[in-house]
Design a protein around this ligand. Structure first.
Ligand code: PMV
Length: 321
């Protein structure tokens, strides 16, 4: 048997715009997904035959294994909210890749895991996916994904994907967050309404093809992200929060927010440095950057959503056994 763990992520800035080559910045969160792999008579997930419609990510990860490997059984456990914009499918894919490779004794590394998981996300999302979630889950810490990386990012690997809108290329880098003796916390609030990333990405694609003015919102997100990144790299947390608020306004203009997300976001603003929807939108999660995480979590729960507090500095994926 082999087991691997990969963290979920929260996008601080740049979701959706990153699909079009603008930068996105994400951090690994404390919660994540564990995947254990063991020998079995047939391919199975949680004791049931593997259904490739229900588990497209696993199907894609398996397709890149050495021919003739398996069949294996997967046991999955997650502390992430699912379909919530916390990158649970990316974490599942990264952990499954590492656990499978470890189980068959094939060497692999975090970059291979990130690449394979990105292909799995693209396969499950009708060809449109940026490497943000998968790279953050694999590498941990703070990750920047962009068509051209800003100078403060350390380049880790390049990534490309053939999409129906043409070839997309990204560079993936990491940002060394400055050591701060008193960093703020992230609080995620799950609306309880699952959000389908592929559907939301397709909705934005339709919106900008029918109304080219909306493309300027994606360009603005790119500019806000660049400013937010400078603030983040120097631990200017107030400015990070302001960039998060500004990013949210543009995401809302792209019809990605919902009345419930708006209610949650405005309820935590008095206790936060910044707050926004995070991930695909249309439901899923919002998040706040705050020095008062307990109060923010309380506000989120008072409004009927589920809260999760996370620190900033978290490890990437690892093989456990
Ligand atoms: O998987 P989510 O819900 O965190 O969304 C990912 C972010 C998007 O930019 C909307 C899509 C992508 O592939 O980058």
């Amino acid at each position: 048997m082999a087991e691997a763990r990969a963290p979920g992520k929260a996008i601080l800035f740049g979701e959706h715009a990153v699909v079009y080559g603008h930068p996105a910045v994400a951090v690994a969160i404390e919660a994540g997904v564990n995947v254990a792999v063991s020998n079995n008579k047939e391919w199975a997930v949680e004791g049931r035959p593997l259904d490739s419609v229900r588990h497209p990510h696993l199907k894609s990860i398996i397709s890149r294994m050495r021919r003739g490997s398996g069949p294996f059984s997967f046991q999955i456990s997650s502390t992430l909210f699912s379909a919530a914009g916390q990158g649970s499918s990316a974490a599942l894919s990264v952990a499954a890749h590492l656990a499978l490779r470890s189980h068959i004794g094939e060497s692999s590394n975090l970059i291979d895991a990130a690449r394979s998981a990105h292909l799995a996300e693209a396969y499950a999302q009708s060809g449109r996916a940026s490497p943000t979630d998968t790279a953050t889950s694999a590498l941990g810490g703070c990750v920047v994904v962009s068509s051209s990386l800003p100078p403060m990012a350390k380049h880790v690997f390049g990534s490309e994907l053939e999409t129906s809108e043409g070839l997309r290329t990204w560079d993936v880098g990491t940002i060394e967050l400055p050591i701060d003796s008193d960093p703020p916390y992230l609080v995620l609030g799950f609306t309880g309404n699952p959000s389908k990333t592929g559907k939301m990405v397709a909705m934005v694609a339709d919106l900008i093809s029918s109304n080219s003015e909306r493309k300027s919102d994606l360009d603005s997100i790119g500019e806000i992200t660049a400013v937010g990144l400078v603030a983040l790299a120097s631990a200017e947390w107030e400015a990070v929060g302001m960039a998060m608020d500004a990013c949210h306004d543009r995401l809302e203009a792209l019809n990605l927010s919902t009345p419930f997300l708006e209610k949650l976001i405005s309820s935590v603003r008095p206790y936060s440095l910044g707050s926004k929807l995070t991930g695909a939108g249309g439901g899923g999660c919002m998040m706040a950057l705050t020095r008062d995480p307990e109060r923010v979590a309380q506000m989120i729960e008072l409004h009927g959503a589920r809260a999760m507090i996370s620190s900033f500095y978290n490890e990437g994926a690892q093989v456990l056994i």
